[in-house]
Design a protein around this ligand. Structure first.
Ligand code: PLP
Length: 429
């Protein structure tokens, strides 16, 4: 038998599978939805990653979003080594936390008060707790295909890993925890109005990804976010924007700046940590003042506001610029246009949803505006495309229902190489 191209990765996965649950620490990494064995990574720099077998790839996963400046930027490494030398964790306040919070509030003025946590999951879970306390109501509305981390109340037909694994509701979530989560359809204000009518006066929050990234990239229709704002205002409901992906990626001020809609609470993650574990939630002062120790809503974290994580977040936000967004948008237009052309020439049905520095090519001929239309995509075909691209040195998300991420480190040459590979790959799938 010929030696596999990925022999070392396969050996490492066999070893990890004997000790780690499923061999990985987050399900989508296991390549289950594209087939094959996951690639183990040795190192990365800029837009390039290198696997355990010595292959180099142009990376479009970029740690699932945080790395807007690319892998291992020199300036960040310098700041991190300085910070580490001063101590890696204190469990006591540092000035860094104030500085990062000030920077967040400057970029996103709706964040009048901020609380740092260590993941997007924690941030979303905590924001809902605050909304429930502020309204003295229990129910929340979420949208089919949106993902807000893995806290119990959100594992009701979630997107992302839960969706491709075909576990719309996870075992282990008590019926009671899911019972207060009501589902509506993305981009469908009528579905929201129906749910609100049926449960009037009992809904604490509407939680939404203002740009949806976890059923693949789906943009909000004109007026959708404004409509949610009005629905919340009419019924005393807290509007929570989960900007874990769109924050600092859609624009410096996130989707809320871009679409001119001010949420009551915002959930952040990914870019805000620059590749280290940071999440944040925040918003209206009166609501955030309910959080302990200012108020009675309990939420805490041993490593919250960790000095290394805050240092990476600060560096990451300080280095955002209009030039960066423009550069990524130009590359994205090339990439999106090129993928659509390549697919058409090969006779492969493809819908490219693209925005800013995010893109998902859906293998379907139907426009994708919500979860239902996303599910028309041919996941087996995406799997074949993924394998072909991997063999040609392009590392794509190992799932049809994820966004590809560009960074400031990607170059026009990277995009040209990717499109050459894609033309060949479309013909094989
Ligand atoms: C990634 C993500 C989360 C969860 O963040 P973790 O840091 O993985 O817990 C929540 N919401 C959205 C929109 C995300 O993309």
């Amino acid at each position: 038998m010929p030696r596999s191209r990925y022999a070392r990765s396969e050996r490492l996965f066999a070893a990890s599978s004997r000790i780690l649950a499923g061999g990985v620490n987050s399900p989508v990494r296991a390549f289950k939805s594209v087939g094959g064995s996951p690639i183990f990574i040795e190192r990365a720099r800029g837009a390039q990653i290198e696997d355990a077998d010595g292959h180099k790839y142009i990376d479009f996963v970029m740690s699932w979003g945080p790395l807007i400046h690319g892998h291992a930027p020199k300036g960040l490494l310098r700041e991190l080594s300085r910070a580490a030398a001063r101590g890696t964790s204190f469990g006591a306040p540092t000035e860094l936390e104030t500085r990062l919070a000030q920077r967040v509030a400057m970029l996103m003025p709706s964040m009048e008060r901020v609380r740092f946590v260590s993941s997007g999951t924690e941030a979303a879970m905590s924001a809902v707790r605050v909304a429930r306390a502020a309204t003295k109501r229990d129910r929340i509305i979420k949208f089919e295909g949106c993902y807000h981390g893995h806290a119990d109340p959100f594992l009701v037909q979630a997107g992302s890993g839960a969706m491709t694994l075909g576990v719309p509701t996870s075992p282990g979530v008590p019926a009671a925890a899911a019972a207060d989560t009501l589902l509506a359809r993305y981009n469908d204000l009528e579905s929201v109005a129906q749910v609100v009518r049926r449960h009037r006066g009992t809904i604490a929050a509407i939680v939404v990804e203002p740009i949806a990234g976890n059923m693949g990239l789906v943009l909000p229709n004109d007026g959708f976010l404004q409509g949610l704002r009005s629905a919340c205002d009419r019924d005393g409901i807290v509007l929570i924007f989960d900007e874990v992906i769109s924050g600092f990626r859609a624009s410096t001020g996130g989707a809320q700046e871009l679409f001119g809609v001010r949420p009551d609470l915002t959930v952040l993650g990914k870019i805000i940590g620059g590749g280290l574990p940071v999440g944040a939630y925040g918003g209206r002062r009166a609501m955030m003042d309910l959080v302990a120790p200012a108020g009675p809503v309990y939420q805490a974290g041993t490593l919250s506001g960790n000095p290394l994580a805050m240092t990476a977040g600060l560096w990451s936000l300080q280095n955002l610029s209009q030039r960066l967004y423009k550069q990524m948008a130009t590359l994205l237009a090339q990439l999106g246009g090129g993928l659509a052309d390549g697919a058409r020439d090969a006779g492969v049905p493809l819908q490219v949803n693209a925005f800013g520095s995010l893109l998902t090519p859906f293998f379907t001929d139907r426009p994708v505006r919500d979860y239902e239309s996303a599910l028309t995509a041919d996941t087996a075909r995406y799997g074949a495309f993924h394998r072909e691209m991997l063999a040609r040195g392009i590392y794509l998300p190992p799932s049809q229902f994820e966004a590809w991420f560009l960074s400031g480190a990607h170059t026009p040459r990277d995009v040209e190489r990717t499109l050459r590979a894609a033309r060949a790959a479309f013909k094989q799938c």
